[in-house]
Design a protein. Structure first.
Length: 322
């Protein structure tokens, strides 16, 4: 394979690696950043990202508890993505999320509630800029900057539950699922800033990113806490040709989220520090199509107060460039 072709192929892999999602335990923080498989020329790209998370473990201040009521929450977030690449450095992307949640929890009187929430989530507009890149025949390094805004388009009605929560009757398990867990949107305009890097040598590579979500006060005087998310993903190319690529990474990701507040009063059951680990596959074909598939499992879940925490999550993505 010619040197020019190798560099061009490597740049495709950079884009794929730097397009990894920053999607963590806080579902409302999950914003998938997708780019076209090829960014050397202007053009549109469309994509689809799915994240399914199962919450089924009760914890009190980071310690596992029994779950006699069988509380659970299944959350599916499907993000429809439309982007435009202006040149080899700058692009814009619009994320339109559709959220489906089903849950089981005890009521204050001891009965079991089965419910679901479905609808549009908070739209996001993301800009990404290639700050630096350097390529040789065997090595590659790239650095990206990201910034954007989330709009309050998702329903925040479930947050109203925070205004009327009461202690359960004697002998009744306390619910680990609250209004802030079920809301489809935050009811606030939020800022997103971040950065990512990619480095490779021959068939080995590593990608990493940090994203910080800056929250403002939203509906019902509720403010979700600011959130710091990160990932580090070393990997290798299992297949590498002029037609396409197949890569395998070990995804290590984490989140540090503070406590939300309602009218200035801290919501004690909202803080979380988590670390996930799992395999992730990536695939590209003819510089037009890219796909990802991965599963992650928690190795650290340090939560505040009583919360239902994730057992696992599965992610899949597909991006096509016109």
């Amino acid at each position: 394979m010619k040197t020019a072709s190798l560099i061009r192929l490597a740049m495709t892999l950079v884009v794929l690696a730097l397009a990894q999602s920053t999607s963590f335990a806080c579902d409302l923080c999950a914003v998938y950043r997708s780019e076209a498989a090829k960014t050397t020329n202007p053009g549109f790209n469309v994509g689809l990202f799915e994240q399914f998370t199962h919450f089924g473990t009760m914890q009190q201040d980071g310690h596992k508890l029994d779950n006699p009521a069988g509380q659970s929450l299944d959350s599916s977030i499907t993000q429809f993505i439309v982007g435009y690449q202006f040149d080899d450095r700058f692009g814009l992307q619009l994320n339109v999320p559709y959220i489906q949640r089903s849950f089981r929890r005890p009521t204050d009187t001891g009965s079991i509630e089965h419910g679901h929430e479905t609808g549009l989530g908070d739209l996001s507009l993301i800009a990404h800029f290639r700050g630096y890149q350097h390529a040789t025949e065997q090595t590659l390094f790239a650095w990206d900057l990201v910034g954007g805004v989330k709009f309050p388009t998702g329903s925040s009605d479930r947050i109203k539950e925070e205004l009327t929560e009461t202690a359960p009757a004697a002998g009744v398990p306390e619910s680990g699922i609250h209004g802030h867990d079920l809301a489809l949107g935050s009811g606030s305009f939020d800022g997103i800033v971040g950065t990512g890097i990619f480095a490779s040598w021959q068939r080995l590579f590593v990608s990493g990113a940090v994203q910080y979500t800056i929250r403002s006060r939203g509906d019902f005087d509720y403010r979700y806490a600011n959130d710091l998310a990160w990932h580090l993903k070393p990997g290798a190319y299992l297949w590498l040709s002029h037609k396409g690529t197949l890569g395998l990474q070990l995804a290590l990701s984490g989140e540090d989220k503070g406590k939300d507040d309602l009218a200035g009063v801290k919501a004690e059951d909202t803080g979380m520090t988590s670390v996930f680990i799992g395999p992730e596959f990536s695939f590209t074909w003819k510089e037009l199509l890219s796909a990802e598939l991965g599963a992650e499992f928690p190795v650290v879940s340090d939560n505040s107060a009583l919360q239902l925490v994730p057992d696992y999550r599965v992610k899949a993505a597909l991006t096509y460039r016109f």
